[in-house]
Every structure is written in C-alpha cells, then in structure tokens.
Design a protein around this ligand. Structure first.
Ligand SMILES: C[S@@+](CC[C@H](N)C(=O)[O-])C[C@H]1O[C@@H](n2cnc3c(N)ncnc32)[C@H](O)[C@@H]1O
Length: 239
C-alpha cells in the first residue's frame, strides 16, 4: 500500500519557489506524484533550492497545459479552496478528505488540486471537482501559502496511511469513471439537451454538473445515464 495513486496538482504557480517547497512538503509525507499545469515560471534554481532533498519529485513531475488533461485519468478529483464559493460542491476538511482519498486510492487514481497564489482555482475548475477541500483557518485571515496548504493536506494523508497500515482495508468494490469519461458524458448531455431546447443557458449545465459530481457516479450508473441519452437521441432521430 503506497501513496503513489494520489497526485498533487498545482495550477499556474507564479513562484517557482512554491513548486520546490510543495515538492519538499510532499516528500516528507511520502507522496511522490507532482503535476504542474502551465506554471508561470519553469523549475529553476529557486525551485531546486527550496525543494532541498526532494529534487527527484521535480525531475519526475509531469507538466500539462490545462486542468482537464492533468486530471483526465483520475477517478476522484478534489479541489482545494481558501474561500467558500457560491457554487459549492460537497465540502470537507483535510482529515475527512485524507480518509476518503486513501480508501479510494486502493483502486483509483486521485488528484488533489491547488490553485494560483493570487486567485486560487476558478469557478469552472472547482466545478470539475467531486469535492472541495477547505482547511479550517482564522476566518479573518484564512489564506495559507500554497506549499503550506500542500504540507497540511499531505500530513493528513500520511496519518490516514498510517492508520490504514494498522487496519488494512479491502479496495472499494465499485468502479468509478475517470474525469475524462465524465467530461464526455457532460458534453453529450449538454449537446443533446441544448438541441432539444431544454438547456438554454450555462447555468443549467453548471447545476447538472454539481448534481452528478455530488452523486459520485459509479461506472455502471454512468453507463445507465449514457444509455438513456442514446435512447433519446435515437428516438428524436426517427421523428
Ligand atoms: C494563496 S491561496 C489562493 C487564495 C485565493 N485568494 C483563494 O481564495 O483561493 C493558494 C492556494 O493555496 C490553497 N489554500 C490556501 N489556503 C487554503 C485553505 N484555507 N484551505 C484550502 N486550500 C487553501 C488553495 O489551493 C489555494 O488555491
């Protein structure tokens, strides 16, 4: 049992030093999978210096051009946010998050996504996440440095991992679709119901996304919904 199925994704990081510090935070807790999405600065001297002995994570990190590609192969996507947003997905705190992520990582790939230093994650990125993770902090001053947020979440993952070492669990029975498969389903739903005149503005699809993300659809359940879309499509084509 390892933490290798859990990746930490950093979106458009401005300061290369934060990438290095995040790598160090991860390695101290036994995490190794670092992904970057369009970093504003490449991995440079400062990143290497702040990574201290965790330069192997920087050498092995994967870089993507967008959020969707970075999480495409993950069955569970968790977005972190310092602020509570109006379009809130299921919200949890680091301990609960770590327990769920660890349990699901026995069979699935998990992404925990951290936002930009200044503006965090966009609403559209947060809508692509099954859960939102908020680290409870001082309500008057609650925004942590990104690498410190990575440290806290990684620590909870390590604690959950240690507990699981003592009480091993079976992998979950259900299969879950990857983020990429879910995105195809959302695009199909959007296309079909726009064509039928039911979807007339973006807010409908935002609400549907939230509903389906919250349900954490299993693969068999998703296939049922896809079958229903295809049946409606066939019926309307015959008319
Ligand atoms: C400096 S914060 C960005 C602050 C931004 N104004 C916002 O509201 O999200 C950079 C990143 O660190 C993480 N972070 C900082 N404080 C956090 C908290 N209290 N809970 C969860 N994540 C946090 C998030 O990933 C966030 O996108």
């Amino acid at each position: 049992m390892s933490l290798n199925n859990i990746k930490i994704v950093l979106i458009e990081t401005s300061h290369s030093g934060n990438i290095g510090s995040a790598a160090r935070a991860m390695k101290t807790m036994g995490l190794s999978q670092l992904c970057l999405v369009s970093p504003k600065k490449p991995i440079d001297e400062q990143a290497i210096s702040l990574a201290a002995g965790a330069t192997d994570l920087l050498e092995n990190c994967q870089t993507f051009s967008n959020f969707n590609d970075a999480v495409a192969n993950c069955q569970l996507v968790i977005g972190t946010s310092a602020r509570l947003r109006h379009l809130q997905n299921t919200l949890f705190e680091p301990r609960e998050c770590a327990e769920l992520a660890l349990q699901r990582s026995l069979k699935n790939k998990i992404a925990i996504v951290f936002g930009r230093e200044r503006i965090g994650l966009t609403n559209s990125e947060l809508l692509r996440c099954h859960y939102h993770l908020n680290i409870p902090t001082n309500p008057d001053y609650g925004s942590l440095n990104i690498a410190m947020a990575v440290q806290l979440v990684s620590y909870e993952l390590r604690m959950a991992w240690r507990t699981m070492q003592k009480n091993p669990q079976n992998p979950p029975l259900a299969d879950y679709p990857t983020a990429e498969v879910l995105e195809h389903f959302f695009a199909h739903t959007d296309r079909l119901y726009t064509q039928l005149g039911f979807i007339r503005n973006d807010s409908v699809m935002l609400k549907l996304r939230r509903l389906y993300q919250r349900a954490e659809l299993e693969t068999a359940e998703l296939n049922l919904l896809r079958g229903m879309l295809t049946a409606v499509e066939k019926y309307t084509a015959q008319k």
